[in-house]
Design a protein around this ligand. Structure first.
Ligand code: ACO
Length: 379
C-alpha cells in the first residue's frame, strides 16, 4: 500500500513554475505577468495582454504594432473549414462546434505535428486570431446567415463583435468586449489549462492539446458556469423569488452557479470589475431585471456562503454583459474560450521552455492482486 498522501482534485499540488499569473485566493488578488488585473482591464487591450502572456513582458509600441498586425493577418479561416462548418448540425452547442473546428484546423495544417518552439509560437498566434473568427462564424451560421469576413482595420475585440453581429460596434461595446476578454484570458492552472498542458506534454500537436482544453472548459463546473448563471436567473424569475428559491436550493444542497472557486476564498477580483460594467449595462440597456436578481442572490446567498469562503466568481456577472453585446447564453462559454486561448497557448509555450516533461501523476492502488484467472465459461 502506498504511503504517499493523496491530493484530491490535485489541490495544492505544484508541478511546475510559472511567471504568467499570480492568484492570491485569500485576499482576492489577481496579476498577469506582475500587473494587477484591474489595471489591465482598465488601460490595456486584448492584443497587449496576449503579448504579455506569450512573451512575459508588456510590448513596446513597435512590438505591439507588429504583434497586432500578425494577429490580424491570421484571422481568416481556411475555406475548407468554413465549408465544413456550414454542415455542422444547427442544434449543436457552439462549444461542440468550436471543439470540432479546432480539431479540423489541425487536420488542415500540413505542418500540424511540428512542435518546435518557432512553430508552436506561430500556431499559437494563429489560434488566438482564429478562435474569434470560428465563434463568430458559427454564430452567424446558426442564425441562418453567412459568416462575415474579418476586417483588418478593427481591433481584435471590435472585429469579433463585427463578425458576430454584422455591424461595427461602438467604442463602448468594444471596450466592454476587450474587458471581458482581458479578464478571462488567463487564470493559472485551472482545469482547461492543465488539460491542455497534460495533452501537450505527450508532444501531441498543439491543435489536439487546445481541443482538449476546449473540451475541459465546456464543463458546467468550469467555463460552462456562466451559461448556468443565466439559466439560474431564468429559473428564479423575479427578485421576490430569490428568497424561496435559495431556501429550496440550500435544503437540497444545491449550488449557486457563479459562486465559489477552488482558489478564491474571497471576492473574485474579475467579478468585481464585471459587476461595475454589468451595473452600467443594466442602467443603460434595460437588463436591469437580470442584474437586480443577481444582486439579490449575491446579498442573500452571500449571507449564507461568504463565511465559508464562497463568493461570486468571474461567471456571476459575465452573462449580463455578454447578453448586452448581442450573444445568446450558448455563446458565453465560447467567448470565454476566445479569451482563454491566449492563456492556454502562453502556458504551453512557457512549459516548453521550463520543463517540457511528460505529465504522469499516479493514484493509490486499492484493488486486489494475484487473483486466479477463471475462464469465462466458469464465471
Ligand atoms: N453554492 C453552494 N455551495 C457551494 C458552492 C456553491 N456555488 N461551491 C462550493 N460549495 C460548497 C460545496 O457544496 C461543498 O460543501 P460541503 O463541504 O458541505 O460538501 C464545499 O462548498 C466545497 O465544495 P467543493 O466542490 O469541494 O469545492 P471546490 O473547490 O472543488 O469548488 C467549484 C469549486 C467547483 C467552482 C464550486 O465552487 C462550484 O461548483 N461552483 C459553482 C459552479 C461555478 O460557478 N463554476 C465556475 C468556477 S470559475 C471558472 O471556472 C471560471
Amino acid at each position: 500500500m502506498s504511503t504517499k498522501t493523496i491530493a484530491r482534485g490535485l489541490e495544492g499540488v505544484l508541478f511546475t513554475e510559472s511567471a504568467m499569473c499570480f492568484i492570491d485566493g485569500q485576499a482576492g488578488r489577481l496579476y498577469y505577468g506582475g500587473y494587477k488585473i484591474q489595471d489591465l482591464a482598465e488601460y490595456s487591450t486584448f492584443e497587449e495582454v496576449s503579448f504579455l502572456l506569450l512573451h512575459g513582458h508588456l510590448p513596446s509600441r513597435q512590438e505591439l504594432q507588429a504583434f497586432s498586425q500578425k494577429l490580424t493577418s491570421l484571422r481568416a479561416l481556411p475555406p475548407a473549414l468554413l465549408e465544413s462548418m456550414r454542415r455542422y448540425p444547427k442544434n449543436a452547442h457552439p462549444m461542440s462546434a468550436l471543439r470540432t473546428a479546432v480539431s479540423e484546423l489541425g487536420m488542415l495544417d500540413a505542418d500540424e505535428d511540428n512542435v518546435s518552439p518557432e512553430a508552436l509560437y506561430e500556431k499559437s498566434l494563429s489560434l488566438i486570431a482564429k478562435f474569434a473568427t470560428i465563434v463568430a462564424a458559427n454564430k452567424r451560421l446558426r442564425e441562418g446567415l453567412d459568416p462575415i469576413a474579418p476586417r483588418a482595420d478593427l481591433s481584435h475585440a471590435a472585429n469579433f463583435l463585427y463578425m458576430s453581429n454584422g455591424k461595427e460596434p461602438t467604442a463602448e461595446e468594444t471596450k466592454l468586449m476587450d474587458v471581458a476578454l482581458i479578464l478571462q484570458a488567463e487564470h493559472g492552472f485551472n482545469a482547461s489549462t492543465f488539460t491542455a498542458i497534460a495533452a501537450y506534454s505527450t508532444h501531441t500537436d498543439i491543435y489536439s492539446a487546445i481541443t482538449a482544453g476546449v473540451s475541459s472548459l465546456k464543463g458546467p463546473r468550469h467555463g460552462g458556469a456562466n451559461e448556468a448563471v443565466m439559466k439560474m436567473i431564468g429559473e428564479i424569475g423575479s427578485v421576490e423569488n430569490v428568497g424561496p428559491w435559495l431556501e429550496n436550493l440550500v435544503a437540497n444542497k444545491g449550488r449557486v452557479m457563479g459562486m465559489g472557486h477552488r482558489v478564491y476564498k474571497a471576492y473574485d477580483p474579475r467579478a468585481g470589475v464585471l459587476e461595475k460594467y454589468a451595473s452600467i449595462v443594466a442602467e443603460k440597456q434595460g437588463h436591469s431585471k437580470e442584474y437586480a436578481i443577481l444582486k439579490e442572490v449575491e446579498r442573500r446567498a452571500g449571507a449564507i456562503y461568504n463565511p465559508k469562503g464562497i463568493y461570486p466568481n468571474v461567471d456571476f456577472y459575465s452573462g449580463v454583459v455578454y447578453k448586452d453585446l448581442g450573444y445568446d447564453l450558448e455563446y458565453f462559454t465560447p467567448i470565454f474560450a476566445v479569451a482563454r486561448i491566449s492563456g492556454w497557448t502562453g502556458h504551453i509555450l512557457e512549459y516548453t521552455r521550463l520543463d517540457d516533461r511528460l505529465l504522469r501523476p499516479d493514484a493509490a492502488y486499492t484493488g486486489q492482486l494475484d487473483l486466479p484467472y477463471v475462464p469465462l465459461e466458469q464465471r
